[in-house]
Design a protein around this ligand. Structure first.
Ligand SMILES: [Zn+2]
Length: 138
């Protein structure tokens, strides 16, 4: 059970939502509640409601967290790869241009939707923002 504080100061118990399941469903770009409905209507546009179960998804406030986490991950992957390539093999600088630069473009584009989905799942599972039925902030 999760406990929330209502706007009138009293508390209410909410059923516990499975965090890991919500994170993995979000990572797969599926609704964190049912795992079946599509989370996104476009590349990074979250559906207002789940087309399968009707869960309200517009309460999410992912904001800058997905790009921040994506940049953090991609930066570590590329810097590690760059250092490894530089220390193990001596490849010409033009090879970096042909490999790491496209990777620096493609990796964030591939990682952004699943990371945003996981953030939405995290917020849903923890009743954050408007996902809390007693504290609608929008
Ligand atoms: Zn759903």
């Amino acid at each position: 059970m999760s406990v929330t504080i209502k706007t009138d100061g009293t508390t209410a118990a909410l059923p516990k939502r499975p965090l890991y399941k919500a994170l993995t469903r979000g990572w797969r770009c599926k609704c964190p509640a049912c795992g079946e409905g599509k989370l996104f209507s476009a590349y990074l546009k979250v559906n207002d409601i789940c087309p399968t179960c009707g869960e309200e998804l517009f309460h999410h406030r992912a904001d800058d967290a997905p790009p921040y986490i994506t940049i953090l991950l991609v930066g570590h992957i590329l810097v590690g790869l760059l250092l490894h390539l530089e220390m193990v093999w001596s490849i010409p600088p033009f090879a970096y241009l042909l490999t790491l630069v496209p990777l620096a473009v493609v990796l964030p584009l591939l990682l952004l939707p699943p990371i945003k989905g996981a953030i939405v799942g995290l917020q849903w599972a923890n009743y954050m923002h408007g996902f809390d039925p007693y504290n609608k902030d929008d």
